[in-house]
Design a protein around this ligand. Structure first.
Ligand code: AMP
Ligand code: MG
Length: 324
C-alpha cells in the first residue's frame, strides 16, 4: 500500500509518502515567525502559501506517480485549528483527485509509530515532548494510555518562551541547549513534578524572573536540568509500574542531547533500552502521518469526508485502536 501523509498541526507543513518497505519522501516547510510565538493565522497562512510547492516537490521526489497512491492520511488533531484545517482541505482534495481512501490520524500516535518504525523499539513507554505536547504514553490492554502529562504548558513551548525572554527567536529549544552547554552551574528553583504529571509554567516564570540577575547560561542550564529531570523521573516511574523494558523519546525536544543523555542513563540503570528516532522523524513531519495512515489503512480504517472535520483537542487515549 502506498500512503501519502499530511502534517499541519502547528508550525510545520509536511508531506511524506511511505509504503511497507520504504519512506519514499519526507518534505517539509517550517513557519518561523519574525518575532513572538506561533500566531495561528500566520502559521496557517504559511501552510496555505507553501502547499502547492511542497506537493510538487513530493511529486518529483517520489519514484511513482502520485495517482498510484492508495490512501491519503492527515493529522486530524490535536493541534491549532486553523493549521489543522489547511491540512484537512489538502487531504480531502488529494484523496478525491487520486481516488484514494482518506484517513484522519492522531498526531501523537503518529509520533510513536514512526518511532517504532525507525528504531528497534516494539512496545515502548514513550516520552513525547514537543512544542505543544508533553506526555508519557503506553499501549496497554487495547488502548494508548496517557500515564503522565503536563498540566499546563508543554516542554517545547516552555523552552521557546524562556528563549524569547533571553532574546532568541522561535524555535528556542536549540538556543537554550547551546547556552546550557557553557556551564554546569544551577540555581535553586521549583521542581516541576506533580505526582505522575508535570507542570512547567511555574518553572518558566521563575527562570524568566532570574533573567538579568543571573547569567543567561545558568538560567538555561537550570531550566534544562530541572525540566528534563522531572520528565525523566515520570518516565522512569511509568516504566517501573508497567515493568516496561523499552523507552522511546520523541517530539522536537527529543533532539536535545542532555535529555537524551538522561533518558539513556535512566534506562541503563534499570536494564532497559532507550530508543531515539533520527531527528528528521522526531520533529513534526509528513512521513509519520503517512506511516500511521498505512498501519490504520491495513486494518481497514477509513474516514468519510463528512467525518473528516478536525479536532484540536483530540487526545491519544480517545483513539479507538483497531490496528494492533
Ligand atoms: P515539534 O512540535 O515536535 O515539531 O517540536 C518543536 C519543539 O522542539 C520546539 O519547541 C523547539 O524549541 C523544540 N526543540 C527543537 N530542537 C531542540 C533542542 N535541541 N533542544 C530542546 N528543544 C528543541
Ligand atoms: Mg508534534
Amino acid at each position: 500500500m502506498k500512503v501519502l501523509g499530511i502534517e499541519s498541526t502547528a508550525h510545520t507543513l509536511g508531506i511524506g509518502v511511505v509504503d511497507e518497505n520504504e519512506i519514499h519522501c519526507n518534505v517539509k516547510s517550517m513557519f518561523e515567525p519574525d518575532e513572538g510565538g506561533i500566531h495561528p493565522r500566520e502559521a496557517s497562512e504559511h501552510h496555505y502559501q507553501k502547499a502547492l510547492q511542497i506537493i510538487n516537490e513530493v511529486d518529483q521526489k517520489t519514484e511513482f506517480e502520485l495517482s498510484e497512491i492508495d490512501a491519503v492520511a492527515f493529522s486530524q488533531g490535536p493541534g491549532i485549528q486553523q493549521c489543522l484545517e489547511i491540512g484537512a482541505v489538502i487531504a480531502r482534495t488529494l484523496a478525491l483527485k487520486y481516488n484514494a481512501e482518506l484517513i484522519g490520524v492522531n498526531h501523537c500516535l503518529a509520533h510513536i509509530s514512526i518511532g517504532t518504525r525507525t528504531t528497534e523499539a516494539e512496545n515502548p513507554t514513550t516520552l513525547y515532548v514537543s512544542g505543544g505536547n508533553t506526555q508519557i504514553v503506553e499501549f496497554r490492554s487495547g488502548r494508548y494510555r496517557v500515564i503522565g502529562e503536563t498540566l499546563d504548558t508543554a516542554l517545547g513551548n516552555a523552552l521557546d518562551k524562556l528563549a524569547r525572554k533571553l532574546g532568541y527567536p522561535h524555535p528556542g529549544g536549540p538556543e537554550i541547549e547551546k547556552l546550557a552547554e557553557k556551564t554546569d552551574e544551577i540555581i535553586e528553583t521549583t521542581y516541576p513534578i506533580k505526582g505522575m504529571d508535570l507542570s512547567y509554567s511555574g518553572l518558566v516564570t521563575d527562570m524568566e524572573r532570574k533573567v538579568g540577575d543571573e547569567k543567561d547560561e545558568i538560567v538555561a542550564n537550570t531550566f534544562q536540568e530541572y525540566a528534563y529531570s522531572a520528565a525523566v523521573e515520570a518516565l522512569e516511574r511509568a516504566m517501573a509500574q508497567s515493568q516496561s523494558s523499552e523507552a522511546l523519546l520523541t517530539g522536537g525536544v527529543a533532539m536535545n542531547t542532555r535529555l537524551r543523555e538522561m533518558v539513556a542513563k535512566m534506562c541503563e540503570e534499570r536494564g532497559a533500552k532507550a530508543y531515539f528516532p533520527p531527528p528528521e522523524y522526531c520533529m513534526d513531519n509528513g512521513a509519520m502521518i503517512a506511516h500511521q495512515g498505512l498501519i490504520q489503512a491495513r486494518a481497514g480504517d477509513r474516514t468519510e469526508i463528512e467525518d473528516s472535520q478536525v479536532d484540536p483537542n483530540w487526545r491519544p487515549d480517545e483513539v479507538k485502536v483497531s490496528w494492533i
